[in-house]
Design a protein. Structure first.
Length: 387
């Protein structure tokens, strides 16, 4: 009886301790959230907005809330609702048919759409999405549609909501970060992917050697880089966190994250039979394992890898990388044709035409931060391919 009493008392004390710990953890999380909101409030209320500081905090901490995201993303991207002219009088371009087909089967995978839209809502949103994509392509005849572009547009629609704000951001992204993806072919994107194996060799040489023995090309991560994972991940909160980092960081961060994801599963990969189809199929499914519980750690590793193994070191180790392709001239911007350069050093931000709906004043014009040292080095060595 005495032993039972002591055991009961110990259980009660343990439960109390766990409850106290849970309350303390809950209080700490609440305090962290308050600090997070206060930091964004301070960053967004300064005049002019310090874009470099906003990018740094957004990349490392994320926006977390929709009402913050819809104001922060245009600022870090240096786009405003006044950047785009009115919708073109005609939405004619060379890719109307494929846009229609892709949009018709879009938005069903994302949890934010699947759980919130009725069939009628989905049909209406798809029509709006088609108009948005066609408007950007009609305005930018030099851009070529690629399958997955509608996934990028969908993320912006869900995050920014306001049509002009969405269209401006999509236009800006298409002419900077995704410029190389929207050339007539995907040669430049393939060049970027060719740097994946040299990066994996830095991280874990046996893994890279195994993948080469399987005669594997890095095509399994094409959609990851091409759509910033929006084609392969269904959770909007996870995609938004990735995009917080991608929009605020080096344009090659998606490639580094791809390498981190593969390396994270190296033991499982090395346990597979060295067979092309088996390994390719396994690797292609890896984005499904990126969740809210591990996304911060993965992004942190990707940022660390970018600093440890800057792009120019990968170019030097790559036997597949053709530097001449990165300097192909573009008919619209012949002197600044590289996405890599434009993405890390875009034009100065224009002042937004109106402030956020809470009544705060609009941000003044602000220039983006200069390219980091490793970016300048990468450009000097010909690593001019941002996805």
């Amino acid at each position: 009886r005495g032993a039972l009493h002591r055991a009961t008392q110990e259980a009660v004390e343990a439960a109390r301790a766990e409850g106290a710990e849970a309350m303390a953890a809950s209080s700490e999380r609440a305090l962290q959230e308050q600090q997070h909101l206060a930091t964004f409030a301070a960053l967004l209320s300064t005049r002019p907005v310090d874009i470099e500081a906003l990018r740094t905090y957004t990349a490392t901490h994320g926006t977390k809330y929709e009402n913050i995201r819809e104001h922060v993303w245009p600022l870090v991207l240096c786009s405003t609702a006044t950047d785009v002219a009115d919708t073109p009088s005609t939405l004619e371009h060379d890719h109307l048919d494929i846009v229609a087909k892709d949009v018709a089967r879009s938005q069903w995978k994302l949890d934010a759409c699947r759980h919130s839209y009725s069939p009628e809502d989905l049909a209406r949103h798809r029509e709006e999405l088609g108009c948005l994509v066609n408007s950007v392509l009609a305005r930018n005849k030099h851009l070529h549609y690629f399958q997955g572009y509608h996934d990028i547009a969908t993320v912006l629609v869900l995050a920014l909501r306001e049509r002009r704000k969405v269209e401006s951001a999509l236009d800006r992204l298409s002419n900077t970060y995704f410029r190389e993806c929207m050339r007539p072919g995907l040669q430049q994107v393939m060049q970027l992917l060719s740097l994946l194996f040299p990066l994996l060799a830095h991280m874990h040489a046996p893994l890279e050697q195994f993948l080469r023995r399987c005669d594997l090309a890095p095509y399994f991560c094409l959609s990851w880089v091409l759509t910033w994972f929006s084609h392969d991940i269904a959770e909007m909160d996870v995609i938004a966190r990735l995009w917080d980092a991608f929009l605020s960081s080096h344009p090659m961060l998606p490639l580094y994250l791809s390498a981190v994801i593969v390396n994270e599963h190296r033991e499982e990969v090395l346990g597979l039979s060295c067979d092309f189809s088996t390994v390719h199929s396994f690797l292609a499914r890896l984005p499904a394992f990126v969740t809210e519980s591990n996304v911060e750690a993965l992004l942190s590793e990707a940022r660390a890898a970018l600093l440890a193994f800057p792009p120019h070191t990968l170019v030097e180790k790559s036997t597949e990388y053709d530097r001449s392709l990165m300097f192909s001239k573009h008919p619209v911007v012949p002197e600044r044709s590289m996405t890599f350069e434009m993405a890390v050093n875009p034009r100065p931000c224009a002042a937004p035409s109106s402030g956020p709906p809470d009544g705060t004043a609009p941000a003044a014009a602000s220039s983006p931060p200069p390219p980091p040292e490793d970016v300048a080095e990468a450009k000097a060595h010909g690593a001019g391919a941002g996805a």
